[in-house]
Design a protein. Structure first.
Length: 105
């Protein structure tokens, strides 16, 4: 099963692009996950206390999440690992995205 945080698709020009650009148009969720991948202390803080992680930033870098992105991060329930965090983030995004799109019946 492909578990990308940001689903990708190939464009007609052969380039890879996000299939859901509204998830993180400014790339801040990717930056958040990347910081957690490379820094164990930040990862542990994100998993244990995401509010504190978002407020503490990452070194001198700050995360500029939209209210929707912040809500997605705070919707994660008791993640057991960064992979679990990312999987829940993806599922919650997809669930919210389905609710916000009008049905095309």
């Amino acid at each position: 099963m492909n578990k990308h945080i940001f689903p990708l698709e190939q464009t007609s020009q052969g380039k890879i692009s996000p299939s859901s650009p509204s998830l993180s148009p400014n790339g801040e969720l990717s930056r958040l996950i990347a910081a957690a991948v490379v820094d164990q202390r930040f990862r542990e803080l994100l998993l244990e206390n995401p509010v504190a992680a978002l407020e503490s930033n990452y070194g001198s870098e700050s995360f500029h999440l939209t209210p929707e992105e912040k809500a997605l991060v705070l919707s994660i329930q008791c993640p057991t690992s960064l992979a679990d965090f990312a999987e829940q983030l993806t599922k919650n995004y997809l669930k919210a995205n389905r609710k916000s799109k009008p049905s095309q019946d």
